[in-house]
Design a protein around this ligand. Structure first.
Ligand code: FES
Length: 160
């Protein structure tokens, strides 16, 4: 299939047309592209570069510079573990270890059923609840036990 026939590329094309009118639209376009595709493979980066008439290296440079962008497919739910100072001191490394064991993946990886991706993020602004993790838009604080983590995972598994 020609990629331009694909509905996801069509959506991205519409976004680019709309954003092109603004100044420095690249970052916003990449955010929207990541929302559409779930990640930013080279094929998508090339498409953006062609549509904006800029070198693909420029797009690649931005994608690899910002942590918010990923070139690897992500799971349906991204578990963001805060590793800011307060959370780190209150046990973020232990949370990472427990989640790795419960999900069978390392930080930065995605479960084979494509349900969960594990990532570390900087302070999410809820230090009084440290240690904190965020799944989608929902925050979970004062995580202390493996049971709490298992309950959070189960809650998302039930949504599928
Ligand atoms: S350090 Fe984790 S919320 Fe601030």
């Amino acid at each position: 299939m020609n990629r331009r026939d694909n509905t996801l590329y069509q959506q991205l094309s519409d976004v680019i047309k709309e954003q092109k009118k603004l100044r420095n639209p690249l970052i916003e376009i990449l955010h929207r592209a990541q929302r559409i595709f779930g990640y930013l493979p080279l094929e998508v980066q090339s498409f953006v570069a062609e549509e904006l008439n800029i070198p693909v290296n420029q797009v690649y440079g931005v994608v690899t510079f910002y942590n918010a962008f990923t070139m690897k497919p992500r799971g349906k739910y991204v578990i963001n573990i805060c590793t800011g100072t307060a959370c780190y001191v209150k046990g973020a490394p232990r949370i990472i270890q427990m989640l790795s064991e419960l999900l069978g993946i390392e930080l930065g990886e995605t479960t084979s059923d494509k349900l969960f991706t594990l990532t570390a993020v900087r302070c999410v602004g809820a230090c009084s609840l440290a240690p904190v993790l965020v799944v989608d838009e929902e925050s979970y604080g004062r995580i202390e036990s493996r049971k709490q983590l298992q309950d959070i995972i189960d809650q998302y598994r039930r949504r599928v």
